[in-house]
Design a protein around this ligand. Structure first.
Ligand SMILES: C[S@@+](CC[C@H](N)C(=O)[O-])C[C@H]1O[C@@H](n2cnc3c(N)ncnc32)[C@H](O)[C@@H]1O
Length: 201
């Protein structure tokens, strides 16, 4: 199981949202933790991924999981209804991270938590890297500098509890490895919470 799912500490009966759910692997693991009284909603923008995830859910009898089509920036989820937001390798692909963290803060119940795995950089990426399609495909081109990433989470109204490097994650292509060395690109696990006193404005 991915470490972000361990950090999420999903309990029986909870409502979990997986942003960028792909073929559904994390959503299915979350469903096992949330149990029959819980519910998991996977959100993805890609028809092929949704079709595969729905097929697997049907095949393996995951009745408490559903997959919805949508952009995670506009995830079709009721405000303040979600116990846990999870996401694995997706937010780096999105242009406006602050908007996504704000959306997460809106959908979480007070006291809810966000546990994600994502790519960040130690140093700001150079313009040439941000414009390199291959580096976007390697989940690097859109990666945010770590301090800016922390700030985006906190400016969205979430409290950052933990940002931990994942040294086991390795990039494969030569260009990805080059960028990794130059800019300190790395995978990280992030845990943040919405304070129990906080209400959406
Ligand atoms: C690298 S895959 C990760 C999939 C899954 N989380 C996993 O760990 O296997 C990225 C997924 O995010 C989806 N995605 C990327 N940007 C998105 C956005 N803005 N809104 C919704 N889905 C998005 C893609 O369609 C794809 O399924």
């Amino acid at each position: 199981m991915g470490y972000h799912l361990r950090m999420a500490a999903i309990e029986a009966g909870e409502l979990v949202v997986d942003l960028g759910s792909g073929s559904g692997m994390d959503a299915f693991l979350a469903a096992q933790l949330a149990g029959a009284e819980g519910e998991v909603i996977g959100i993805d923008m890609t028809d092929e991924q949704l079709a595969k995830a729905r097929r697997l859910a049907e095949r393996d009898g995951y009745a408490s999981v559903r997959f919805e089509k949508g952009y995670i920036e506009e995830a079709p989820v009721v405000d303040e209804s979600v116990d846990v937001v999870i996401s694995n390798g997706v937010i780096n692909l999105c242009d406006d991270k602050t908007a996504i963290f704000r959306k997460i803060a809106r959908m979480l119940k007070p006291g809810g938590r966000m546990a994600i795995s994502d790519i960040v950089t130690e140093r700001q990426l150079a313009e040439a890297s941000v414009c390199d399609v291959n580096l976007w495909a390697s989940c690097i081109g859109g990666a945010m500098q770590e301090d800016d990433y922390r700030r985006a989470i906190e400016e969205a109204g979430l409290e950052l509890r933990h940002l931990q490097d994942n040294p086991q994650y390795h990039f494969i292509s030569d260009s990805a490895q080059g960028a990794t060395k130059t800019f300190g690109v790395k995978s990280a696990f992030v845990l943040a919470t919405k304070s129990s006193g906080s209400r959406i404005g």
